[in-house]
Design a protein around this ligand. Structure first.
Ligand code: MN
Ligand code: MN
Length: 365
């Protein structure tokens, strides 16, 4: 998580204007980088300037292809698999490696700087959404192995590996990004160096394999933070399902920014930014949205079928405060004076707020 004190002491030009900026980007309608039938589309501060704390990528890898060996200097990686199967291999600074296979509904977490590779497994393409804990991170500025080796003098490579310079003839000169070859074997092949030494904490979590974290009238959510997935110290993920007409009530997050991706349905997201600033965005399949840390917001299913949203927070410890709980948690005289209403009115408002929560609302558990 970024330094909260630092953030609060720096004037954010984008968020200090008279109007709130747009907080929506049509990610799946963008072009991104395409190689063969694989693609990567990204939402960084470039495409969605408000999203300084979190970047996102939609990636599709065709059968036999892989997102080549690389690392990220400035972000941890938290992906959710939508379609197909993925195999990942990752190394940590202790030299321990882990290779895992993923199905739809599974997630992984790679800490900042830990090198990895993503292979499409099987004969169907795979599609997944990657969340990064830094909005300035670009998926097209990663540290790729072909880029490094292709730009290092052969004499240096020869000395480094104790091999003749000719051993490096014919290597790619530029970054390959998506490497294309045979479909990987179903059984995980052995490593070049032999037996693996597993890391103490796994990088894999089967997010949708278990029951929802909470079920509400009108919705349900699966939430995974570092209490359930210990290696994920900087990202919390949520799958939020809302029935037609259901509302995730007005609330805010004291300790994190929120990044949203629409998997299914049509939603209306509101944002309150102080100083009379309020903005609404309508989101459809493939769109992303972003709510800065501490900003008030709500999420409503305005379509006629169940919606599904992937949400990422740049914290390993989930926190939220709901507006109705805040109001209900105050003395009656405070509410009466604050709103300029008689006590009786405050009391009934309070009672209604509670019954509304129980009957109609989805709120975080
Ligand atoms: Mn990566
Ligand atoms: Mn929220």
């Amino acid at each position: 998580m970024s330094d909260v004190t630092f953030q609060n002491n720096v004037l954010d030009q984008l968020l200090s204007g008279k109007e709130l900026p747009s907080f929506k980007f049509e990610l799946e309608k963008s072009k991104g980088k395409v190689i063969g039938d694989s693609f990567g589309k990204e939402a960084t501060v470039e495409q969605l300037p408000i999203s300084k704390g979190i970047a996102g990528v939609s990636m599709c890898i065709e059968p036999g292809a892989m997102r080549e060996l690389h690392w990220h200097a400035t972000a941890a990686e938290w992906p959710f698999v939508l379609k197909g199967r993925v195999r990942t291999t990752v190394i940590n600074p202790a030299g321990q490696t882990e290779t895992n296979d993923f199905d739809p509904g599974d997630i992984w977490y790679f800490p900042r700087g830990h090198a990895h590779v993503l292979e499409c497994l099987g004969k169907e393409p795979t599609h997944f959404i990657l969340i990064f804990d830094n909005g300035y991170f670009s998926e097209f500025g990663t540290f790729s192995i072909t880029d490094w080796i292709g730009h290092t003098p052969k004499s240096l490579l020869a000395k480094n590996f104790g091999l003749p310079e000719s051993a490096f003839d014919g290597f790619p000169k530029e970054e390959v990004y998506f490497a294309r070859g045979a479909v990987p074997p179903e059984a995980i092949p052995e490593n070049l160096q032999g037996p693996r030494v597993s890391p103490p904490e796994t990088h894999k979590f089967r997010m949708l394999a278990g029951a929802p974290h909470a079920i509400f009238k009108g919705g349900r959510e699966w939430r995974v933070d570092s209490t359930r997935f210990p290696i994920s110290t900087t990202v919390t993920g949520v799958i939020l399902d809302l029935e037609s007409g259901a509302l995730r009530e007005l609330h805010w997050h004291p300790n994190a920014d929120e990044w949203q991706y629409i998997i299914e349905g049509d939603l209306s997201v509101t944002m309150f930014g102080s100083n009379g600033r309020f903005r609404t965005e309508q989101l459809h399949v493939g769109d992303v949205a972003y709510i800065p840390q501490g900003y008030g917001h709500s999420i409503e299913n305005i379509g006629d079928k169940r919606s599904r949203m992937l949400i990422g927070f740049n914290t390993g410890t989930y926190q939220a405060i709901d507006l109705s709980a805040w109001i209900a948690g105050n003395p009656l005289d405070v509410l009466a004076t604050n709103f300029g209403k008689p006590h009786s009115c405050s009391r009934s408002f309070c009672a209604r707020t509670f019954s509304y929560r129980q009957i109609n609302n989805i709120s975080s558990g």
